[in-house]
Ligand binder design. Structure first.
Ligand code: PLP
Length: 395
């Protein structure tokens, strides 16, 4: 008997090693206690939401007895929220984004899915620098497309514009970038974005369907050492920004984000119409009412990023002292060190034996590395030093 599609069967079988490590982690926590296991496997923001979120929720609760307090709404979101988000995105992107060019979504994940649903024909390709957030492959496949990872620059995981341009084929529909990057922590500088935009402008010439540039930016707020994330929307007309409030407001479970379209995109009302329709027919219908309403009082707030900065320094110290080779993250909350042995799945299993949980690089399309998420207390980071040292000296 077969209950699932072949595709789903394949997905579940392919993720077996992830589950194995996850289950090992659960087992270790049961055996030694939660605190004895240093769990760096998940990018689930642990900082409490800023005070503005709770304050706004109290206001929403006080108005909860009104008819339609949480009723259906226009598919692209509450008009007042689109208006507020237009101002927010315009400031970040250094251009003028109209509320009509923006759709409120179920997180960045929902935003990416509605975009692919709106623009991909079967077999269309989406290029992304690798390593990459593993869900991209599934999101693209959900709409019949194929993800084409292109290796980032060796060493610093920078944007390899020439390699991306060389990977473009007749089937290429979009280039998807993520900066600050999960899992590498790299931020692409303005010069690289400009070079990519120039290459895509050239490559889109004469095409009936231009190549889109999509920037997935849920970590835009979290940068270190004065690094900044340059805008995308003013530099390439067929660009979109996808983002969310999962990380900057620690609202990951509330599923609220947006897609914003460049004001320079010709016929963008058609694309926005497609995004809105996809939001409806994919069953999202609209982004959660409460999450949207929270934004009206919390767009200027964010979690205390200095805590993430201290953790990054603590983790860098631990990794340096224990002899790991790593790129110092410029943004987001991940390290992506080189595995001391080529088989990083074996190395991550060894780390787990020493009660340190990490994710193998092949989970992001790049074997030979492993990812550590620092959404955990600084004390846990420091406590992991012993396990990181022991696992390393085992080989
Ligand atoms: N994109 C990247 C790079 C992520 O790391 C994540 C979540 O970890 C997402 C998108 C999805 O985030 P959201 O909760 O906004 O759907």
């Amino acid at each position: 008997m077969r209950l699932l599609t072949r595709e789903m069967d394949g997905y579940l079988a392919g993720g077996a090693w992830i589950r194995k490590i996850f289950e090992l982690g659960l087992e270790l926590k049961k055996k030694y206690g939660e605190d004895a296991v240093c769990d760096f496997s998940l990018g689930n923001p642990d900082l409490p939401p800023p005070a503005a979120v709770g304050k706004r929720l109290a206001e929403i609760a006080a108005a909860a007895d009104r008819p339609f307090a949480f009723g259906y709404m226009p598919n692209p979101g509450y008009p007042a929220v689109r208006e507020a988000l237009a101002g927010y995105v315009s400031r970040q992107q250094e251009t003028h984004v109209s509320p009509n060019d923006l759709v409120v979504t179920c997180g960045a994940a929902g935003g990416l899915n509605i975009f692919f649903r709106a623009v991909l024909e079967p077999g269309d390709e989406v290029i992304c620098p690798s390593p990459y957030f593993v869900e991209y492959g599934f999101y693209v496949a959900n709409s019949g497309g194929v993800l084409r990872p292109v290796p980032s620059r060796a060493g610093d995981f920078g944007l390899d514009v020439a390699a991306i341009a060389a990977a473009v084929t007749d089937k290429t529909r979009a280039v998807l970038i993520n900066s600050p990057n999960n899992p590498t922590g790299q931020i692409y500088p303005a010069e690289d974005i400009a070079a990519l935009a120039a290459a895509l402008t050239e490559l889109s010439k004469g095409r009936e369907r231009p190549i889109f540039l999509v920037a997935d930016e849920p970590y835009r707020f979290l940068t270190f050492d004065g690094h900044a994330v340059p805008p995308i929307l003013p530099v390439y007309p067929y660009s979109l920004v996808v983002s969310s409030f999962s990380k900057n407001l620690s609202l990951a479970g509330e599923r609220v984000g947006f897609v914003a379209v460049s004001p320079d995109m010709p016929q963008r009302e058609k694309l926005v119409g497609g995004l809105v329709f996809a939001n409806r027919i994919m069953g999202f219908v609209n982004a959660p009412a409460i999450g949207q309403a929270v934004l009206l009082g919390a767009l200027d707030a964010q979690v205390d990023t200095s805590i993430y900065a201290r953790r990054r320094d603590a983790m860098a110290g631990v990794l340096s002292r224990t002899g790991y080779d790593f790129f110092m993250p410029r943004g987001a909350f991940y390290f992506f060190p080189v595995s001391p042995i080529p088989d990083e799945v074996a190395f991550v299993s060894k780390l787990a034996e020493h009660r340190v949980l990490a994710v193998p690089g092949r989970g992001f399309g790049l074997p030979g590395y492993f990812r550590l998420a620092f959404c955990v207390d600084e004390a846990i980071i420091l406590r992991a030093e012993e396990g990181l040292a022991k696992a390393r000296s085992a080989f």
